[in-house]
Design a protein around this ligand. Structure first.
Ligand SMILES: [Zn+2]
Length: 683
């Protein structure tokens, strides 16, 4: 009988690409499921060796062995889930749906294994006598707590129920995100009468015409994707169409169709409550916050209300200003949600003579990228070299090799800037591989930064809005956290830190966006080559603080809504909008619009990892404003300050409690004052 030639699965082979990057060109959809099955088997065998060991449990043969298992599984699933965010299609989505329960099942196999837990517990019991380094000790404590928090101490019945809940939650979360992606792509506003474009700047028109053309349509096509939607809301004179866009955007996941997320929300919060109760917590927020810098819901709620009080008077004043401005400019009806961006933009222009379009010519994407790379060179001595032989998952993505100050290779970095249909909205950093030095290896990180920036057109290069520039800096800050990681264990590496600490490295970078000293290095007009004028930068700063109170209220409304959903102590079967309104009412400045819903598209908490964690953005703002005040004091390129930030924060990942790391850098605990000062909210 002829022997069947076994087809090679590139996901399972050793990657012979530069720096062992994923061989994207060879990876086909059909490779994923068999590769994940095989990698799951291998990971299970590795874990079984630990479980079935007859040796006395030790830190090395149990804790480190566990940390070092499943490397291949990690590698393959990282590729899959990165693609599912950045370059997905129906098949990839179906694969993600198919493998997610298997992955939860495996993670439950570990976390609910009595024999394994017994071994971990035994090592944990001797922790004082093992002479462990702080990193080792942290690893041991986290592993032990990981088991306990995943139900290892539960009775058999409860343990079974716990596993069911986890599986169901992961499916609900995927479905929630898919519904939003589908709803975002489903809506199109095709304009065929040029009159309806009144107010919309040339660049936005051109982009819309290109979208229309790419879909075989004549006219101008606006969508619910980032730049298209926000541009339209800001500029379109046609109020009816703005209303239509607004309603389409805020009814995603809330329409009477098969993409409705209401039941998913109820199921999700109720299952999370049930899970928290199984583990002995009052609610999901208590359970989550036990492992956060903030530590408990009371502290979070106090924090939110402290900021609420500090920013409310400014928000009310700003609201009245816009309302008044709109009236003067001929708005007869009361101001509505779809008028806010429109009149705010004009008010901003009137007050500061500032128009976002004025700065865009200075922010040509390629120059901004050079500026961002250059900042990393000045602060941390990093250099970046494009390497075209590193495979990419889409032609729009570019791969760089990153070198440290002594020219040693540090990391691979992919940058992927432009929107497309298979890409989720927003911007994010991800790792395809985390840094680690476990068991003497030297694993270098592979990092991706994915954005949805304004595309170049036939006549113009990609010119970024200021918001896009700060987004770039933000995600690049996360990337630095991943690239500069210097830890032994992968689970403590880079961005593997408490959620309310993870935004410090990203948000601190945004502070450079308004520093003339930095802008002068790259922000040249793409046609004339002149430097960005000082008064324009000042206007940028003023504009940044324009409506700081309103922006703060909006962030707080997300934070409060999130806390409300995860603080329920009884199952919820009521009306979604009624529930969220109760939670966010104090922050509202408009009357709610019928048919609109915040929660039904709140992917951060229902399809991401931010449940009971959205406050973390504001929390991190306090941290970043305080941290940057140190740079401001010592010089924004000060090497010693940067070194300290690198050594104490970026390299340390999750090896120590965040407060300890922060104090090591700053010399004191963070205060709310620098944030209030920076945003002009200090009286
Ligand atoms: Zn972030």
């Amino acid at each position: 009988m002829q022997k069947e030639v076994q087809e090679i699965n590139p996901l399972l082979e050793e990657w012979k690409t530069p720096h062992q990057t994923p061989p994207f060109r060879e990876i086909k959809h059909e490779h994923f499921v068999p590769a994940i099955d095989a990698a799951l088997n291998e990971a299970k065998e590795q874990v079984d060796v630990i479980i079935n060991s007859t040796d006395k449990p030790s830190f090395q043969n149990t804790i480190v062995a566990l940390e070092d298992s499943g490397e291949k599984l990690e590698r393959v699933t990282n590729v899959l889930f990165n693609l599912n965010s950045a370059e997905t299609d129906d098949t990839i989505q179906a694969i993600a749906r198919e493998v997610s329960p298997k992955l939860s099942e495996f993670s439950n196999y570990i976390s609910l294994n009595d024999q394994l837990f017994a071994r971990v517990k035994e090592v944990y019991g001797q922790k004082e006598d093992l002479n462990l380094t702080p990193q080792d000790l942290q690893l041991l404590e986290k592993k032990y707590l990981g088991f306990v928090r995943s139900g290892a101490n539960l009775e058999p019945e409860a343990k079974k129920r716990y596993a069911e809940i986890t599986t169901e939650l992961s499916q609900l979360s995927l479905k929630f995100g898919e519904n939003i992606l589908a709803e975002t792509n489903a809506y199109q506003l095709l304009i065929t009468d040029e009159k309806d474009l009144a107010g919309i700047p040339e660049a936005e028109r051109e982009a819309a015409a290109q979208v229309a053309k790419s879909k075989g349509k004549t006219g101008w096509l606006f969508t619910l994707q980032g730049p298209s939607f926000t541009g339209f809301m800001k500029y379109a004179d046609n109020r009816k169409l703005r209303e239509e866009m607004y309603r389409a955007y805020t009814s995603r996941g809330f329409q009477k169709n098969d993409k409705n997320n209401e039941e998913i929300i109820r199921k999700t919060v109720n299952l999370k409550l049930e899970k928290a109760k199984l583990l002995g917590f009052k609610n999901h927020a208590e359970y989550v916050l036990a492992e956060r810098m903030a530590e408990n819901p009371q502290r979070v709620n106090d924090f939110l209300s402290q900021l609420y009080t500090a920013s409310r008077p400014a928000a009310e004043k700003e609201f009245a200003e816009v309302q008044n401005f709109a009236e003067i400019n001929g708005l007869k009806d009361p101001l509505k949600q779809w008028d806010w961006s429109f009149y705010s933009e004009k008010l901003k222009n009137a007050n500061y003579g500032f128009d976002e379009q004025q700065v865009k010519p200075y922010f040509q994407l390629e120059k901004v990228r050079e500026g961002v790379f250059g900042l990393a060179t000045r602060l941390y001595g990093l250099t970046f070299r494009e390497n075209k032989s590193i495979p990419v998952y889409h032609p729009d993505a570019t791969a760089y090799e990153v070198y440290d100050q002594n020219s040693t290779f540090l990391s691979v970095l992919y940058l992927d800037f432009f929107p497309r249909e298979g890409k989720n909205g927003g911007a994010w950093m991800n790792d395809l591989r985390s840094e680690s030095k476990i068991n003497g290896k030297d694993i270098r990180p592979i990092i991706t930064v994915v954005c949805n920036f304004t595309k170049p057109t036939e006549t113009k290069p990609s010119l970024l809005t200021f918001n896009e520039v700060t987004t770039f800096l933000h995600e690049f800050g996360h990337a630095l956290h991943g690239m500069l990681a210097n830890t032994v264990y992968p689970s403590q590496s880079g961005t593997n830190v408490y959620r309310d600490f993870v935004e410090l490295p990203s948000q601190v970078m945004e502070n450079w966006a308004t520093q003339k000293e930095w802008l002068d290095l790259f922000a040249f007009h793409y046609q004339t080559g002149e430097k960005i004028p000082a008064e324009l930068v000042q206007k940028l700063i003023d504009a940044e603080n324009f409506q700081a109170g309103y922006a703060s209220q909006r962030q707080l409304s997300f934070g409060m809504n999130d806390m409300a959903w995860h603080s329920i102590t009884e199952p919820m079967d009521g009306d979604i909008v009624e529930f969220e309104q109760k939670a966010i009412a104090p922050t509202e400045l408009f009357k709610p619009v019928t048919g609109s819903c915040l929660s039904s598209a709140f992917t951060h908490i229902f399809a991401g990892g931010y449940a009971a964690g959205y406050y973390g953005y504001k929390w991190a703002e306090v941290l970043d404003a305080d941290a940057f005040s140190q740079f401001r004091k010592n010089g924004i390129f000060d090497k010693a300050t940067a070194d300290s930030f690198r050594k104490n924060i970026l390299e340390k990942g999750g090896t120590e409690h965040p407060m300890k790391l922060f104090v090591a850098f700053r010399g004191q605990e963070p205060s709310i004052e620098p944030l209030l000062e920076r945003s002009g909210l200090k009286n």
